[in-house]
Ligand binder design. Structure first.
Ligand code: NAI
Length: 299
């Protein structure tokens, strides 16, 4: 069965280029009305341009419907206005892809606090702003699909990207609470960790890999994760046509008492504590607390 977005209104932040543009075009091809948000700045977040307007023109040229929005995700009030603009024109908002992002890479030793702050502000606070601006509408409609954009840096680390990695893992964390809070109103929240040749990766990726890692190969993952039958609370890696699920897991662990309830006891049981056999994926923080209780009963 084909996945369609007829009668759906989608907002894609940072959709003036790279991955966001590809998402916006494919959502429009599949029937969605699209808000193309982009400030149009450079890779570090400086400056502005009509990047969003150009993508709207592309969508209109293929017979789709879209509006451009040049607001910055860092400004909550502007996100509220963007949602109001979409609702006024099309009567609702159903899909939000939080994709806007910037890079200010440096080793942590050389990183200015202001560059840490700014990158966290765009990715993490920006995604929270856009999601919060949509949240009441999603609840009222009993329908919402939200995608956060993390990255392998957030999930696994990368030299020179402390600010970016902190923000990106924060987004996976935001997903994990929002999926719980949204569940009763049919709001599904997922995280995508893409790998693609864009301006963001142009000096990281060897030139010859750009084709293999073309951004359009990430699009199927993004669109599936915001579709009607999307799963929720998933972290999906996507790049070059390879798709992988990622999990935050817990080992079975060990309950210590008496003399063992000490740093020395931890050292003595380290192999058992970190034994990954039969790892668990708790559905929430509360579920982890329950597992602690169970472990104590067993012990
Ligand atoms: P890109 O630089 O082409 O796209 C990011 C877009 O966000 C740009 O068009 C930019 O103007 C826009 N933007 C920046 N600040 C904004 C703001 N304050 N408000 C609104 N728009 C803003 O890069 P790319 O690769 O397409 O990145 C898209 C997302 O995917 C980003 O969140 C990035 O961190 C993430 N990502 C990309 C990877 C890759 O391999 N390309 C790897 C992992 C994550």
């Amino acid at each position: 069965m084909s996945i369609r977005f007829d009668d759906k209104v989608a907002i894609v932040t940072g959709a003036g280029g790279g991955l966001g543009r590809e998402y916006a075009l494919e959502l429009a091809r599949r029937g969605a009305k699209v808000v193309v948000n982009d400030l149009g700045g450079d890779r570090s977040g400086q400056g502005a341009s009509d990047a969003a307007q150009k993508v709207v023109a592309e969508i209109e040229a293929m017979g789709g419907e879209a509006i451009a929005n040049g607001a910055s995700v860092t400004e909550y009030d502007q996100m509220v206005e963007m949602v109001a603009q979409a609702k006024e024109k099309w009567g609702g908002v159903h899909v939000l892809i939080n994709n806007a992002g910037v890079l200010r890479d440096k080793s942590f030793a050389k990183m200015e606090p202001a560059d840490f702050d700014f990158v966290v502000k765009v990715h993490l606070i920006g995604s929270a702003n856009a999601t919060k601006a949509c949240w009441d509408t999603f609840r009222e409609q009993n329908y919402g699909r939200v995608l956060m954009t993390a990255s392998s840096t957030g999930l696994f680390g990368n030299f020179g990207q402390a600010n970016y990695g902190a923000a990106k893992l924060g987004l996976a964390g935001l997903t994990k609470t929002l999926y719980l809070e949204g569940a009763k109103n049919n709001i599904k929240v997922n995280t995508l960790a893409p790998t693609a040749g864009t301006r963001m990766t142009q000096d990281i990726f060897p030139e010859q890999l750009f084709d293999a890692f073309s951004p359009h190969k990430v699009v199927p993952a993004a669109l599936f994760l915001v579709s009607e039958d999307a799963p929720t609370n998933q972290i999906l890696g996507a790049g070059a046509g390879v798709f992988q699920a990622s999990y935050v897991t817990l080992t079975q662990g060990v309950a210590l008492k008496g003399d063992d309830l000490s740093p020395e006891g931890i050292a003595a049981h380290w192999a058992q504590i970190t034994d990954r056999a039969n790892e668990i994926v708790p559905e929430s923080g509360a579920a982890q607390a329950m597992l602690i209780g169970k472990k104590l009963q067993e012990g």
